[in-house]
Design a protein around this ligand. Structure first.
Ligand code: FAD
Length: 467
């Protein structure tokens, strides 16, 4: 038998080793498939290398610095000023990423997933060519393929990234010096998270957002609380403002009132959205279609228009979040292994790691009304939470939306400390089609922030006729 080392066969080929790809690979292997994963960079994808994990490592650290400065009122002080060594912070951040990257490598090994380092390009509907970093190339033929190539940051034509002054989020996460004045173009979740982070580390921060509110689409009741805190932190936010370009003196902006301004940022973070990453992937050779924005449309089984080729995660559009990617990855693997699996989008949580945090799952009040529900709404303020008082963090509200007739919980939208953790319980409630009675009668531990969700459910349940 002649073994061609430049040609390899696999049952399932996964292209991309981010949360969508590596979760898909593990699940397919667990279900008995022979799996090959091709990754051109480090395992872990955007999420681990330049997204969720590095940003949360810095945000958490900045939170500590800020907290120390805040607690003087309680008699807790440090001698002299709290100092931040940005270079050392980067070293620590890299250590965290390194450990987690190693962990994924171990996960691949222990599940017998073959990892091939290189860039994959379809050369037909059943094979890809993989170019490795050393200039070598090999063909991998497959029975099924899962495309998980993710997304990249979108660039504004008049504000090109130079990675020195005009930065991507990835650049901003790798700064070895705290900027003097960070101007953030785009008040979405990435821009706000990083803006708050650098403000707490000592930078002056200005946010330029084209829409009427930051985090467009988020419940305005939550935004109100966030905006109050942004002001308290000393962050300037220009709404309905448009960046026009950058010159020697700074970022040129048309403000909401039509006035022209120049913002003298030494660093300008542009965070105006992400686009699917399919460059050089050769989708046409495989017959895989994309939509007008370049995303790959998929069914609830994550199938593309080519039945044996699947797509998951950011490249497949929808919400561009890591947990959505990994959920789809597992579904695609199960469908390939012959299981009756499909994505159900009723309960997809979203978290914004601002200060205070924002987290939600299910329908907002406005969306529930627009969908024709007769709606019952309850709001529980953090000022009424014993736990929030003990923490000294009372900026927040839990807003619960239910169907007035059936009592079924339709959505939970929150702003406040640690709502990133609370939203998992709310997600479970939606996933199980819980009613306000279920949540109201669930015994919650005291004193915890989680009681806020129970309190909101009780407001509705005890207010319903007959209870
Ligand atoms: P990716 O993670 O982008 O992985 C795709 C992989 O495919 C990459 O490793 C890439 O190198 C590889 N690849 C691409 N093309 C090829 C090819 N032709 N051949 C071989 N390999 C290829 N989401 C959250 O849920 N929570 C957060 O807190 C959060 N914070 C974020 C913060 C920032 C700053 C950013 C930028 C993103 C954040 N996200 C967050 C979004 C999250 O990172 C993405 O939704 C997630 O990484 C998508 O996973 P994926 O597997 O689809 O793609």
């Amino acid at each position: 038998m002649v073994i061609d080392s430049n040609r390899q066969e696999t049952e399932v080929l996964v292209v991309g080793g981010g949360p969508g790809g590596y979760e898909a690979a593990v699940r397919a292997a667990q279900l008995g498939k022979v799996v090959t994963l091709v990754e051109m960079d480090e395992l872990g994808g955007t999420c681990l290398q330049r997204g969720c994990i590095p940003s949360k490592a810095l945000i958490h650290s900045a939170g500590i610095v800020h907290r120390i400065q805040e607690v003087a009122e309680r008699g807790i002080t440090v001698e002299g000023a709290v100092k931040v060594n940005a270079e050392q912070l980067q070293v620590w951040k890299k250590k965290v990423i390194g450990r987690l990257t190693q962990g994924i490598g171990f996960l691949m090994k222990s599940n017998q997933v073959t990892v091939v380092k290189g860039r994959a390009r379809f050369t037909g509907p059943r094979e890809v060519q993989v170019e490795d970093p050393q200039g070598g190339s090999r063909v991998v033929a497959f029975q099924h393929c899962i495309i998980a190539t993710g997304s990249v940051t979108a660039e504004l034509p008049f504000l090109k990234f130079d990675h020195e002054r005009v930065l991507t989020a990835g650049d901003a996460l790798a700064l070895k010096e705290i900027p003097r004045h960070l101007v953030v173009v785009g008040g979405g979740y990435i821009g706000l998270e990083l803006g708050i982070c650098y403000r707490k580390l000592g930078a002056e921060v200005t946010v330029v957002e084209a829409a009427e509110q930051v985090l467009p689409g988020t419940d305005p009741d939550l935004i109100q609380v966030l905006m109050r805190k942004l002001r308290k932190l000393g962050i300037t936010v220009h709404l309905q403002a448009k960046a026009r370009g950058v010159g020697a003196t700074g970022l040129q902006v048309t403000l909401g009132d039509g006035q022209e301004a120049v913002l003298d940022g030494d660093r300008i973070l542009v965070s105006v959205g992400r686009k699917p990453y399919t460059e050089g992937l050769g989708l046409a050779a495989a017959g895989v279609q994309t939509d007008v924005k370049g995303f790959i449309p998929v069914t609830d089984e994550c199938r593309t228009n080519v039945p044996h080729i699947f797509a998951v995660g950011d490249v497949a559009g929808g919400v561009l979040l890591a947990h959505k990617a990994s959920h789809q990855g597992k579904i695609a693997a199960e469908v390939i292994a012959g299981k009756k699996s499909a994505c159900d989008w009723v309960a997809v949580p979203a978290v914004v790691f601002t200060d205070p945090e924002i987290a939600y799952v299910g329908l907002s009040e406005a969306a529930a009304r627009a969908a024709g529900h007769e709606v019952a709404v309850a709001k529980f303020p953090y000022t009424a939470s014993g736990r929030a008082m003990t923490m000294g963090e009372t900026d927040g509200v839990v807003k619960l939306v239910a169907n007035k007739q059936t009592g079924v919980v339709l959505g939970v939208h929150m702003v406040g400390p640690e709502v990133s953790e609370l939203v998992a319980a709310a997600t479970l409630a939606l996933e199980m089609a819980a009613t306000v009675e279920d949540v109201a009668r669930t015994i919650h531990p005291h004193p915890t922030l989680s009681e806020g969700i129970m309190e909101a459910a009780q407001q509705i349940f005890f207010g319903l006729k007959g209870h």
